[in-house]
Design a protein around this ligand. Structure first.
Ligand code: TRP
Length: 355
């Protein structure tokens, strides 16, 4: 397998939880050994809705980085960096915005969804839709081949692919009919990147209703103590009343968090099958037994993360990691930016940037 360049990122939301682990961080920890990985903390992106909350966004960047490090992202392998400190990203956003029809930007189902869910109707900032163009720059600035993301990000990847194709055709002489895979070889600055969509996207929260999310208060965090984990699992409502031996609903993982957690966090297949079987038959097994098993499994997962986290308790240590990661991101993106400016006619003078 050839080494690829991989870029992915998150909007900083504060402390990470086991939903983040299952949905994205676990995969990143696997990828970092085989590929050149860049993990972006999209703080400018957070300003789409939190521009009035600068201190909180600033601190959230540090918390996200600390928890990612606790979960096993290794700064000697992957670069973790802050979006706002990498100037090429903003510069490419400006240039790419010129290549995209306004109506094309607005015709993005994820963007439309967000505007609706957040109730922004016609009060959203100019920067809100612009973030999608910013995301194309985040990816292309690294000339990334692959972008591990959740399903909801696929429309942004499609936009990114369009920008890459258009740029390469407009400024690099890549032929109109060229295949996506051939763009770089034909002289295009940008590879046309692919979305690497994860399979386990959605971990249900301890409320058994919604996706696990910090803001809904239904999350289990890396910073939770073993006791807190036991307590949160203990409180899960499993729909006891509706439990019938013939009712398959109760073991539908989407409806019963306990069984999704059993699937995801308990490793021993025989144990899982046995519990499922006995529970379904209404055999002599209570929620308590399953809950204990699940809480233990989650604590087994979190234990090494808790241990690693102690090395990063000091903000200064996290900031040092971010600084080194950001320096590597600047180096990679300045190279791309110079190539892009040269191709697009906006380059005049070479420059170096250091932090
Ligand atoms: N849109 C992503 C999110 O909200 C964050 C993000 C910004 C991103 N830039 C990116 C993800 C580039 C992947 C690649 O989660």
């Amino acid at each position: 397998m050839t080494r690829q360049r991989i870029l992915t990122g998150d909007t900083p939301t504060g402390n990470l939880h086991i939903g983040h682990w299952v949905g994205s961080v676990k995969r990143r920890v696997e990828l970092q050994s085989q590929h050149d990985c860049f993990f972006l903390i999209a703080n400018l992106h957070a300003y789409t809705t939190r521009a009035g909350d600068p201190e909180a966004v600033h601190q959230d960047c540090i918390e996200v980085a600390r928890d990612a490090l606790a979960m096993g992202v290794d700064p000697s392998k992957a670069a973790i960096f802050v979006q706002s400190e990498v100037p090429a990203l903003a510069e490419l956003t400006y240039l790419f915005a010129m290549l995209l029809p306004f109506n094309r930007v607005m015709r993005n189902p994820t963007l439309k969804d967000e505007l609706q869910v957040k109730g922004l109707a016609d009060t959203y900032s100019f920067g809100f839709p612009l973030y999608t163009v910013g995301q194309t720059a985040d990816i292309l600035a690294f000339r990334a081949h692959s972008v591990p993301v959740g399903e909801d990000q696929v429309p942004h990847l499609e936009l990114t692919r369009e920008v890459a194709r258009r740029f390469n055709k407009m400024y690099c002489g890549v032929a109109d009919k060229a295949e996506d895979e051939d763009h770089e070889q034909l002289g295009g600055v940008f590879p046309v990147p692919v979305a690497d969509v994860g399979t386990v996207g959605r971990l249900v929260g301890t409320d058994g209703q919604n996706k696990m999310s910090k803001s809904l208060g239904n999350a289990i965090h890396v910073i939770d103590t073993p006791k807190q984990v036991k307590k949160k699992i203990g409180k899960i409502y499993t729909g006891q009343d509706s439990r019938q031996p013939t009712d398959p609903g109760i073991i539908d993982p989407e409806k019963n968090p306990l069984f999704q957690y059993l699937d995801v966090f308990v490793e021993d297949e025989a144990t899982k099958a046995d519990i499922r079987d006995r529970y379904q038959r209404g055999d002599n097994i209570g929620d308590g037994e399953v809950k204990m098993l699940v809480a233990d499994a989650i604590n087994t997962l979190l234990d090494p993360m808790r241990a690693r986290r102690t090395a990063y308790e000091d903000d200064a240590v996290v900031l040092k990691v971010l600084r080194e990661g950001t320096a590597r991101a600047i180096e990679a993106t300045e190279e791309t930016l110079a190539m892009a400016k040269q191709a697009a006619g906006t380059g005049f003078f070479p420059r170096t940037i250091s932090i």
